[in-house]
Design a protein around this ligand. Structure first.
Ligand code: BES
Ligand code: ZN
Ligand code: ZN
Length: 496
């Protein structure tokens, strides 16, 4: 999709569709709305007065051949209450408008933001929403494929002197939106088309294009590193594991600036292993690599945005299969950190591969750790598909992260990590066990397990099991991989 800035007055712009938005309840006729109302001889005022245009969130009002405008259509999108309107609303609204128009075979349109959004952050937000909305999840369809895409959007309403601001926002929004879609594409891939080796190939191809060094460790190198926990998960599969490491180094890092380790769970398929999962919904376990994909998408964006701090992505990848060599419940594994783990349930494999990923991040000298993983069904019970579960060992770091989540409109909710939960993962015969005893708290005991490996290094864990996959489409996004957390992570890293 191509983006441009059009600084001409709205009524003279020739386009398939001109889009703007209207707030709920006595939205003053001002800015672009006033300009359009005047040109159309009061058409907008009449719609508002007749209550046909109420401005309710994402309500669409489409006028064909609007009198007084060069545009073929005028699309007025409801924006909800003005006081509650945020960037998150703007992003969704832009996306919903795009999906509405592309369903009607429009190929090119003009988007005119309201006065308060005529800045670089506004342009960035709109472009993110548009790029995410233009993505479809049906890449393997040969029939009834959605092959309608928007080809070009012009952002209008900016003055000539503000053009550079708009262009800056468009460039950033483009990088972030495309990186989010990069993640979604990987998450959607079926497991036969994305094994750990194939994920590593995709990571290397992306890194080559982005200009980032990328190292892939095969099963022998993984064994040399003594990553017994990662290897134990892989041993039930004929597909070998991979450890993917991407590094971003700033051109000049300030002394004592942090080095952030991003660890992403990339189980390309989770059958549960010998503690096998039920058949219902098991096909969805292809998305158990979403944490790893998220980190790849973040690195892709960072390569272009060039933050000031060092960032290393560490992605342990494996299948979790019940083959003849599979680990058995009760087996004891020695992790890279030297800690012994009793594997009570082979389906709690994510924390095993992450334990070694975290240990490796520490060995590489990371001062801060952040992992993302589709880790537990329990987080879905606690927070459904609405919020990401956030766990943190350092409140200042966690607060900084949550502040980024807020500005990016990605819903995240902090969960507790009291010492009492540590008791629940004590093993009789090893240092720790991979499943909690006692009632409930499955997402927390999983996080507590990871915390043991993070140790004193400030660490955040994101459980994205409920939010990495959309079972239903929304007006602004199709079904499938969501690309959750990419924007928040990029914002956090750029804020240093
Ligand atoms: N990959 C799953 C978690 C999951 C569940 C992701 C639903 C996405 C949607 C994870 O490996 C798992 O199986 N966890 C178990 C842990 C249990 C055995 C302690 C779970 O949550 O049931
Ligand atoms: Zn599992
Ligand atoms: Zn899993």
């Amino acid at each position: 999709m191509e983006f441009t800035v059009d600084t001409r007055p709205l009524p003279v712009i020739e386009t398939e569709a001109l889009v703007t938005y209207v707030f709920e309840q006595s939205d003053p006729i001002e800015g672009p709305i006033a300009e359009l109302d005047q040109a159309t001889g009061g058409a907008i005022r009449k719609l508002v007065q007749s209550a046909e245009l109420a401005g309710k969130a994402l309500e669409m009002t489409l006028l064909h051949s609007p009198q007084g405008l060069k545009a073929q259509r005028l699309l007025l999108v409801g924006a909800g209450k003005r006081d509650a309107f945020t960037g998150a609303h703007l992003r969704k609204l832009a996306g919903a408008a795009l999906r509405y128009l592309k369903a009607r075979s429009v190929k090119r349109f003009v988007f005119a933001p309201r006065e308060t959004d005529l800045n670089s952050v506004g342009a960035q937000t709109i472009v993110e929403g548009l790029i995410v909305a233009n993505f479809e999840s049906d890449k393997y369809k040969t029939e009834n494929k959605n092959d309608k895409f928007i080809e070009a959007v012009a952002l209008a309403g900016w003055s000539d002197s503000a053009r550079a601001e708009a262009e800056k926002g468009i460039a950033r929004g483009g990088i972030i939106g495309e990186s989010q879609n990069f993640v979604r594409d990987l998450v959607n891939e079926p497991a036969n088309r994305l094994t750990p080796r194939m994920l590593a190939d995709r990571a290397q191809a992306m890194a080559r294009e982005a200009g980032l060094p990328c190292e892939v460790f095969d099963e022998n190198r993984i064994a040399e590193l003594k990553m017994g926990a990662l290897l134990s998960v892989a041993q039930g599969s004929v597909e070998p594991p991979r450890l993917i490491v991407l590094t971003y180094t700033p051109s000049s890092a300030a002394p004592n600036s942090p080095a952030l380790g991003l660890i992403g769970k990339a189980i390309t398929f989770d059958t549960g292993g010998i503690s096998i999962k039920p058949a219902l919904d098991m096909e969805k376990m292809k998305y158990d690599m979403a944490g790893g994909a998220t980190m790849l998408g973040v690195m892709r964006a960072l390569a272009a945005l060039k933050p000031k701090i060092k960032v290393i992505a560490i992605i342990p990848s494996s299948e979790n299969m019940p083959g003849g060599g599979a680990q058995k419940p009760g087996d004891v594994q020695i992790s890279m950190a030297g800690k012994s783990i009793e594997v009570i349930n082979t389906d709690a494999e994510g924390r095993l591969v992450l334990a070694d990923g975290i240990a490796y991040a520490k060995q590489l000298g990371c001062t801060h750790l952040l992992d993302a993983a589709t880790l537990t069904g329990a987080i879905v019970v606690a927070l459904s598909n609405v919020n990401v579960g956030v766990f943190g060992s350092d409140q200042a770091f966690t607060d900084k992260f949550l502040a980024s989540a807020k500005t990016q409109g990605e819903k995240m909710w902090q969960m507790p990590l009291d010492e009492e939960y540590r008791e629940m993962i004590k093993s009789t015969i090893a240092d720790i066990q991979n499943v909690g005893t006692g009632k409930g708290g499955g997402a927390i005991t999983a996080a507590m397990f990871l915390k043991e490996f993070a140790g004193d290094t400030p660490w955040i864990h994101l459980d994205i099991a409920g939010t990495a996959w959309l079972d239903d489409q929304r007006p602004w996004i199709c079904k499938g991989g969501s690309g959750i957390a990419v924007r928040t992570l990029v914002d956090l890293i750029m804020s240093y």
